[in-house]
Design a protein around this ligand. Structure first.
Ligand code: NAD
Length: 468
């Protein structure tokens, strides 16, 4: 079988590349041993967001009386939540299957190994072998949860982020090892469901790549909901027994829980695929090395997504995949990482794009800050979500927006406006002269932009622009 492009891995990198290839008239083969949609759809973004919805609704119900709703809150039914998640995932996977078929993409189920830069051997689920040849190859094999020495994952007592979304029994006490994105999202979800959650983080703060005030706000909010955070803690090992898990910390302390979750980062799926034998370069961490056209050291072989490991985000994988597919078909596209919005689905929600203040200080860039608090937003108060803030950073000389961080309800839905503004090289002034719908959360972007000039209408205490 000979194709224009063969793609290894059907996650948000691989399947999107395949659809785009089909749209452009290419003959494409998509190879995966697992389900279509990869980690994002089956074990990551989508399952966790289905759970996130359930968590949000539990919180709403707990606060029902505040909104005039007198209802009795029964126990949380985790099995029903898992069932709903399975339905959502099934619908989306089915949708992708139809799209691939509609675009003439051949899907091969099996494990692919690169035999040569233009040839992949696929070992089917029944053990049968097929060789696929293609003019170009895209590696989109993703990543997997990283292991932690001394914490043997068994899928029931000690679990990782691949396994947790299928478990239907709600543990009474849960310990999450790792206070990064996954750890904090899980802490929010499972504490909302009713578990007593403890997060153990090695560094001195959770969400350590975010601005300090973001880490503080999320920790404070989750603490108020009963989550315990322990930072600067090193886990030495864990042991699962019939009655639970025993976790040993450095210094001799022992913790007990019903379920432990390992969330200490992700490892790249770059080994055992024949990549090095084919001349493809991996860096010291095991990431596939690519240029800004997403091409590896071997011409005609591209790599995208987590296996490239620039930013482990589904939407970045998708963006890289489009670049790679266009280039594989003879076009000239470049990957640009200067504007990458992302969100962390905790309580409150966090969303960010572009530069952080610490980075601007370090680079000695003269910048302005525009801030606005959710407590002064009419929509936030109506929703009963006054917690949070937005901070917009802009270049003092050029006026261009350099970045923004939003902490608060629906921040993930509004960060796109700032991302677009940055792509258009807009300034806070451009946002200020854009009429925003009232009352909506997007108004906080308008107010923060006004605040850059000291002119936020719903804020006191700033000097006027004239004085400045
Ligand atoms: P992470 O790197 O965000 O966090 C891992 C945390 O574990 C770090 O804070 C680290 O200091 C800590 N840690 C490491 N070893 C430890 C130890 N021995 N004991 C205690 N803590 C330890 O990784 P993650 O949370 O596993 O997420 C993996 C990737 O998936 C990230 O790149 C993330 O961007 C991505 N992801 C994104 C989203 C989203 O966009 N909403 C959601 C989930 C995951």
């Amino acid at each position: 079988m000979t194709y224009d492009v063969a793609i290894l891995g059907a996650g948000p990198g691989g399947y999107v590349a395949a659809i785009r290839g089909g749209q452009l008239g290419a003959k494409v083969c998509l190879i995966d041993e697992g389900e279509l949609g990869g980690t994002c759809l089956n074990r990551g973004c989508i399952p966790s967001k289905a759970f996130y919805e359930s968590a949000g609704r539990m919180e709403s119900l707990r606060r029902g009386a505040e909104f005039g709703i007198r209802a009795e809150l029964g126990a949380f039914d985790l099995a029903a939540c898992v069932g709903r998640k399975d339905k959502v995932v099934g619908d989306l996977v089915g949708g992708i299957q139809k799209l691939l078929k509609g675009h003439g993409v051949d899907v091969l189920r099996g494990r692919g190994t690169l035999m040569a830069p233009d040839s992949i051997q696929v070992t089917g689920l029944d053990g049968g072998k097929t060789v696929v040849t293609a003019r170009a190859v895209i590696i989109a094999t993703g990543s997997r949860p990283a292991d932690l020495t001394g914490l043997p994952v068994d899928g029931r007592r000690i679990v990782n982020s691949d396994q947790i979304w299928g478990l239907t029994d709600l543990p009474e006490r849960m310990v999450i090892v790792g206070g990064g994105v996954i750890g904090c999202e899980m802490a929010h979800i499972y504490s909302a469901f009713g578990a007593k959650v403890t997060v153990l983080e090695l560094l001195d703060r959770i969400l350590a790549t975010e601005e300090r005030e973001v880490s503080r706000t999320v920790q404070k909010t989750l603490e108020a909901r009963g989550v315990e955070f322990r930072t600067g803690v090193r886990v030495q090992g864990a042991e699962a027994g019939a009655s639970g898990v025993t976790i040993a910390l450095q210094g001799g302390e022992v913790l007990r829980c019903d379920r432990a979750v390992v969330a200490v980062g992700r490892a790249y799926n770059s080994k055992g695929l024949g990549l090095e034998k084919a001349g493809i370069e991996l860096d010291g961490k095991g990431r596939v090395v690519v240029n800004d056209e997403m091409e590896t050291a071997v011409p005609g072989v591209y790599a995208v997504g987590d296996v490239v490991g620039q930013l482990m985000l589904a939407h970045v994988a998708t963006s890289e995949a489009l670049v790679a597919m266009h280039n594989a078909l003879g076009k000239k596209y470049w990957m640009d990482y200067s504007v990458v919005p992302y969100a962390v689905f905790t309580a409150p929600e966090v969303a960010s794009v572009g530069a952080k203040e610490a980075e601007l200080k370090q680079k000695k860039i003269d910048y302005k800050v525009g801030r606005f608090s959710f407590a002064a937003s009419g929509k936030a108060l109506c929703m009963g979500e006054p917690e949070g803030f937005i901070k917009i950073l802009s270049d003092s000389d050029t006026g261009r927006i350099l970045g923004a961080t939003v902490v608060g309800a629906h921040s993930s839905d509004i960060i796109g406006e700032v991302a677009l503004a940055m792509r258009m090289e807009a300034s806070p002034g451009d946002i200020v002269t854009t009429i925003h719908v009232h009352p909506t959360m997007s108004e906080v972007i308008l107010e923060a932009s006004e605040d850059t000039m000291g002119l936020s209408i719903h804020k006191m205490g700033r000097r006027s622009a004239k004085e400045e």
